[in-house]
Structures are given as C-alpha cells and as structure tokens.
Design a protein. Structure first.
Length: 262
C-alpha cells in the first residue's frame, strides 16, 4: 500500500491516460483533511478532476510510465524539460505563497539533494514544485516564496492549469509557458534562490525519505552556479521506507558494548 503525500490526478490524466477510475474508492494511504488556512486547498486553475485514483490505477500508470517513458535517474547529466525522472531521497516539504501575496498558501515545495558524480563537487540540488490542491497530508507553511520569484510562482500555477486542460507536455523553453516579462529577472537564479533558503531552513536532519516520479522543468548548474539544480513538477510523492543505519554505526555500537561489558 502506498503512503501518498502528493498526487496530481490532473497530471495522471494529462500524461498517462486511463490511469484514473471514477467508480472506485480513493487510493488508500495517509490521506488527511487539511486543517487551518495554511493548508487550505486553493485552485490555481480549473478545479481538480472528479475522477479518483485506485491503488490498481496508480500501479497501471507507473507500469505505463516505466514502459513507455523510461524514467531517468537524477544523476543522469543534461536532463531536458519534459523528461521523466524517478527519485528516492531525503526531502523537506513546505507550502508557500507568492512574495507579494498572503495566506492561504497555494504552492507546495519539496527540497533535497543528492551526491554529485564528481567527488570534489558540491551536492546536486532538487526542487520539486506543485500545487497544494494535490497534497494528501497536512504540511507546515514556510510563508512567502521570496523576492524576485513571481515568475517561478506563476509558472507553477500555469503548469497546474495546463495539466487540468490535458496539456501534459513541458516545452523546451519555459518562457513558452509563462513569458519572462522583466528582462532583469533571471529564471535560473530565482529557482536557486528558493532552493538556497529552503536548504538553509530545512537541512538534511529535518527531511524525510520520499520517493516518486516527476517531470523535469529545468536542469541548471555550472559555470554560472556553484552546483547543479534540478527543478521538476511531481506526478506523485510517497513516504519511502527509512534507510537502515550504515554498517559503521553497527560496528561502533558493538565496540561500545564490548567496552562496557564486565
């Protein structure tokens, strides 16, 4: 049984036709009713589809995704917009609202990192962004999205609207989704800025292991920036089994036990 955190039924319909079923109960998992204004479900476009995803329906969708789209691993270089990826890593989850806006929050962000293939390089960053209407758990608010992030906020909302209209393709140039109206804005810099403050506020010790599938929006990095950053829009995110302690931990524990033995 999947322990879902986030599921975009609209994306499921737009990208993987036939995965939903209007006649069966909701997919089981950790579904909770949002409480309070911080997690109120606000539509960024057309209201969500009334179809409901069953456990079997989601499994069919995953099978179809793997068979026909061959999702890549995150460490594959030069990922392009519209490529599917599979992720399994420690993530922090928070909701936010536009820098000049007010609560309730309308955007959900997941932030994490994974090692670079170059041992001397900094860890790669991951920023998953979507609509709060697809959250299936309660989530804490991080407040404002940050200065100079209006374009990124608007793009997240426009992707939700496109999914609702059955447009599941991400164009190569993101300005085809939302025109970059202010030349001084740097699209990649906005994403790095959001990732940077999320990473500072919610470091690895405050993250939980999650996994799922997402579609790439942006693969940015050196030479302009110090490390690589993947920005993607998730299909679904679920809690993953926690990793067992590293073997070194067991050796230290065993050594300590022998030392304390009479």
């Amino acid at each position: 049984m999947r322990d879902l955190i986030y599921l975009s039924e609209q994306k499921l319909n737009a990208c993987l036709l036939g995965a939903t079923d209007p006649h069966f109960p909701l997919l089981s998992g950790s579904l909770q009713a949002p409480i309070g204004p911080l997690t109120a479900q606000i539509s960024l476009g057309t209201s969500a589809s009334s179809t409901q995803v069953t456990e079997a329906g989601l499994e069919r969708a995953v099978d179809r995704l793997v068979k026909h789209h061959a999702p890549s691993s995150l460490d594959l270089p030069n990922l392009r917009p519209n490529q599917w990826v599979h992720f399994d890593l420690d993530l922090a989850l928070r909701t936010v609202h536009e820098d000049s806006g007010t609560v309730p929050d309308d955007v959900v962000l997941f932030v994490g990192s994974f090692p670079s293939t170059d041992p001397a390089a900094a860890d790669n960053g991951v920023l998953l962004c979507g609509s709060v209407q697809h959250l299936r758990v309660q989530a804490e608010s991080a407040g404002r999205m940050g200065s100079d992030t209006s374009w990124l906020h608007e793009m997240i909302g426009e992707i939700a609207r496109r999914d609702a209209q059955g447009i599941g393709v991400i164009p190569e140039f993101l300005t085809e989704i939302v025109p970059n109206r202010r030349p001084v804005d740097n699209i990649e810099a906005a994403a790095y800025g959001v990732y940077a403050w999320m990473s500072r506020e919610y470091p690895p010790l405050r993250r939980n292991r999650m996994r799922g599938y997402a579609k790439i929006l942006m693969d940015a990095g050196p030479p302009q920036f110090a490390h690589r950053l993947l920005v993607a829009t998730p299909l679904f995110v679920e809690n993953a089994p926690q990793r067992p302690p590293r073997r070194g931990w067991w050796r230290r524990q065993a050594a300590g036990s022998r030392t304390l033995s009479p």
